[in-house]
Design a protein around this ligand. Sequence first.
Ligand SMILES: [Fe+2]
Ligand SMILES: [Fe+2]
Length: 271
Amino acid sequence: MEIDRRAFFAGLGGVAAVAAMADEAKAEALEHHMMLQLSAANQAATTAKFPTAAEVEAQIETRPSRRGTGNLFISNTGNVKRLPPMPEKPTLVDFYKLRFMATSNHCLQSANRAMQNGMSEEIILACLLHDTVQDLIKVDHGWWGAQMYEPYVSEKVSFAIRYHQALRFYEDKEHGYEYPDLYRRVFGSDYKPEPYIEATYKMVREHKWYLEPRMVTVNDLYAFEPGVHPTLDQFLDIIGRNFKQPKEGLGFDNSPVAHMWRSIARPDSPL
Ligand SMILES: [Fe+2]
Ligand SMILES: [Fe+2]
């Protein structure tokens, strides 16, 4: 793959910023850049024709791993990498920086868009967190994600995270949501959501908090924007006001979801 050096350096903040990076960070950034280029190339190649749901199903036995597996547990580009150690009492920010590598840029871009669109702090936080659980597990990520965050955020935020998964399959042009092409590619052009998704959508559509998850789908980005790297810094105040960080550290507070955080912190543990 040919690397556009200028775009690569610009995406990292320029030549001086790259010079200040550790070698391993540079290698990771390059890999990330190549993945983005690759997905852009794939996108261009497949926009002409989306697969059918049956064709997507037929791909199952062509892969070494299942599509619902979390990003931390597989590598699509060679072997997995050793992960940086976590601090003794890890915070959300530590997880964001040290474990949510595959999902953070997408979530930061979504939260950034929500902030620019003048959304409430709860919707901005929901956008910031909405797909991060995909580093642990992808299948049913709305429900997994809401559960993992539930002890630490308001009910509205976990409601938004849980139900964005179902709402994204249903257009709502009045509120600015169109069905994304990405799903024609990922699920098949003739994909019909399963009955439990349909039932969930109908329930949420009538709920007084409908707009919370709806606004997550509206501010969600269905294509990566190469070269756009919002930082977590601009959201630290919102996290501080809306995320109940346990003093023992995430994973060590004896909450019903502590094991989820430990699994993300230590995905190399065999049992
Ligand atoms: Fe999502
Ligand atoms: Fe998303």
